[in-house]
Design a protein. Sequence first.
Length: 235
Amino acid sequence: MLLADHADGMDGLSQHPYIYAHVLGIFHVNVTYVGPGMINYCPHCIDFLWVRWYQYAEEDAGWDASTLDRVSFPPMADEHAFGFIDPDYVLRVCHIIPQFLCGLRHLDGTGISRCVQDASDWHFYYVNHFVDRDMVMRYHWGLGVGHAYAHSQGIGNETVQNQTSKRDGNDTVENDRNEDVHDSFPDLSDNSEDEEASDRDIDNDLHRGSEFGSGSSDSSSDNDFKDYNTLDYQN
């Protein structure tokens, strides 16, 4: 699974952000460059993959199409049927499921190449978007944690703009709902002065009540003290 580069002309379906390939071989070679600008004869190790490309069967893709991406192998004689890629360009492995209903491409079980093993090719394959959580987030462009390529300029900008416009539309609807809810509540700003006046009246009443309570308690304590002295003198 790799990022699609639509400038190379391999795939004209611009709405597909990824391309897929079947790995035929992993190679490590020691190369000595002897062309213009060479510095020395020291060999350099180069890693590359020999792959067989998949091509898209339909133009529709994404969540709006409500279907999995369907791919197939191009003819063996096609100039874009095979290629070599840098392993660093590979995003991750993917889950390719044969479309069993369409059957095998070679009914007699005889292919063209033993290296490619095309005798077992199916007519079409599905790309499983839901094999794990990371794979699902690959198709939610710009939302996957660690998917730095989805935040760069270039491929996928149209997808990001479409998702942004949808989110902006949802935000507008949500703001309208909040305004409607706010309008449904009565405006209590005009009654603020009345509430402050009533609060002051309550505070004054409580203050007067506390003064009355404190005075009565003092007089009762004085009477008790006098009664105690009277009893003491009588004894």
